[in-house]
Design a protein around this ligand. Structure first.
Ligand SMILES: NC(=O)c1ccc[n+]([C@@H]2O[C@H](COP(=O)([O-])OP(=O)(O)OC[C@H]3O[C@@H](n4cnc5c(N)ncnc54)[C@H](O)[C@@H]3O)[C@@H](O)[C@H]2O)c1
Ligand SMILES: O=C/C=C/C=C(\O)C(=O)O
Length: 486
């Protein structure tokens, strides 16, 4: 069986401890590969390699050379598209039809977009008067932040990891990546592409393992990492923030959400159903931006619930290779336990189960997979944990509202503030509501439409900082002001 090694200083290496863990295919529960678990020794080797590369050829390259190499990385992902697709779908179980449109193309685009951006974004300059009348000139330059620790989740493994590694490398940093233990393969494979593209050894390093008491914690505790970028759960974000406080290291956190969809009676119902369907069920509901709380104006509530039910029941559940399938399994049996505990809780709390609520019958070896039914509830109280906790499964609760004010209040009622989707054909209302919903990302009459130049991140407990566009450049560089007395 294949084993997945760390990628340190341009070489694939195993762990000194010999510790391995299983990488499981969630579509059938079978072990795909064995993964080396990093100890402090491997994490330290990766950080040292990254430090050395900062001072080595990477640090000495011109911007032109560096960005040309990053274009080659993107081309390298595209050249091995099918390999990345296969690996991502085996690790996550997601439909190939989804990953071939979103995960893998974005994995490549994340390198191109930021390589181009860093060449074209100016910095600032200020002339100032001085008492002698000669004046002074201030100008700012960007310098890499240093060694960046990248800790990424399992729901969009290649996309979310490269969303950080792309701009980090474009800005001249080096990285040590700790991918999710559930989905290590594409991050490992990217090492080969880096090598082929001419990325110098030590610039891109990967260590595998778990979070607490394992590779994740060892990386955040390592004093020679200059900053951390993390996507994952809010609770993990708190732990990482604490670790980063030691030594005053910078952080960028993209965390959990419990996002609201707001559907007004003046919406285009077809668009609202299509968009809500994706925002609740795409990637088996494992998208941080998804809407697990849907608020619908009372006059169209019954129609909306009926039509979303019909749409959910029309989803085809199946494994990645099934070209008809548009919903895969959850990422693991363990995650399914969590999701099913909320399915049970909804019933205990008195929900009406509009559709789903259980586990589908799957044939043959698929019976061992982490499958769940897409699920819709109505009738829960606003303080039910099903309505307040991020479940991260293919489910949503739909609740009626009577006024715009009430809809905004409901949307803003939780400590999260990642994203929201507003459905209304009344342009004035859409702008008005968008301005008042407390979230970092608002979509109007759409969902998950992504322009990589825009600020991306969450407010309240959904994150710290923004990435995307110039905001990524802000995080991955140190600005230095040079003041010249004339
Ligand atoms: N805001 C966003 O942009 C965004 C995007 C995707 C996912 N998410 C969130 O991610 C979560 C799902 O992903 P997940 O379950 O992989 O999240 P997670 O927080 O459990 O794990 C994320 C990563 O952190 C590591 N980790 C865990 N504990 C750690 C510790 N103590 N120290 C260092 N590293 C540690 C894990 O090994 C993994 O690599 C959801 O909450 C989802 O909303 C947010
Ligand atoms: O699950 C969360 C999805 C996040 C998406 C992005 O970070 C992105 O599109 O850049």
């Amino acid at each position: 069986m294949k084993d997945i090694k760390h990628y340190i200083n341009g070489q694939y290496v195993g762990s000194a401890s010999g510790k391995l863990f299983d990488n499981v295919n969630p579509a059938n529960g079978k072990v795909i590969s064995k993964v080396h678990e990093a100890g402090r020794e491997e994490v330290d080797a990766a950080v040292q390699a990254a430090r050395a590369a900062l001072r080595g050829p990477w640090g000495k390259m011109t911007l032109e050379q560096r960005t040309a190499i990053l274009h080659k990385v993107a081309d390298g992902i595209n050249a091995r598209f099918d390999e990345f697709l296969e690996a991502e779908c085996l690790d996550t179980g997601k439909p190939k039809s989804l990953a071939s449109h979103i995960d893998i193309p974005r994995g490549a685009a994340n390198f191109k977009v930021f390589a181009d951006m860093i060449k074209n974004v100016p910095t600032e300059a200020f002339e100032m008067p001085t008492p002698d009348g000669a004046g002074a000139l201030n100008y700012a330059v960007r310098r890499p932040k240093g060694v960046i620790g990248v800790i990424s989740p399992w729901n969009l493994p290649l996309l979310l990891m490269t969303w950080k590694v792309g701009p980090a490398l474009a800005c001249g940093n080096t990285v040590v990546v700790k991918p999710s233990e559930e989905t290590p393969t594409t991050t490992a494979l990217l090492g080969e592409v880096m090598k082929e593209a001419g990325v110098p050894d030590g610039v891109y390093n990967v260590v595998h393992g778990f979070g607490g008491d394992s590779a994740g914690a060892y990386l955040t505790e390592h004093p020679q990492v200059d900053g951390f970028t993390f996507t994952g759960e809010t609770g993990t974000g708190e732990v990482i923030m604490k670790a980063a406080a030691k030594g005053i290291r910078d952080i960028s956190l993209e965390l959990g959400g419990k996002n609201a969809g707001l559907v007004f009676a003046d919406c285009d119902m077809d668009k609202a159903i299509e968009g809500t369907m994706r925002s609740a069920f795409a990637n088996c509901g494992q998208v941080c931006l998804g809407t697990e709380r849907v608020y619908v104006e009372r006059s169209i509530f019954d129609e909306f619930v009926g039509r979303l039910k019909e749409a959910a029941e029309g989803l085809k559940i199946g494994p990645p290779d099934d070209a008809e399938a548009n919903m895969g399994p959850l990422v693991s049996l363990k995650h399914r336990e969590k999701v099913l505990s909320y399915y049970q809780k909804a019933v205990d709390d008195g929900a009406t189960v509009v559709t789903g609520g259980g586990v589908p019958d799957m044939p043959g070896e698929l019976a061992g997979g982490a499958w769940v039914q897409p699920t819709i509830w109505t009738g829960l109280a606003d303080d039910s944990a099903v309505v307040t906790d991020e479940i991260f499964g293919p489910c949503c609760h739909i609740r009626p509202f009577d006024t715009e004010e009430e809809a905004i209040e409901l949307a803003n009622s939780l400590p999260y503030g990642l994203a929201s989707a507003i459905w209304s054909e009344n342009i004035t209302r859409a702008h008005r509501v968008a301005g008042r919903v407390e979230a970092g990302i608002i979509w109007v009459n759409s969902w998950f439409l992504r322009d990589l130049r825009t600020p991306f991140g969450g407010s309240k407990q959904s994150g710290v900082g923004r990435e995307g566009g110039v905001h990524s450049l802000e995080f991955y560089t140190e600005m230095k002001n040079i003041c010249v007395k004339l």
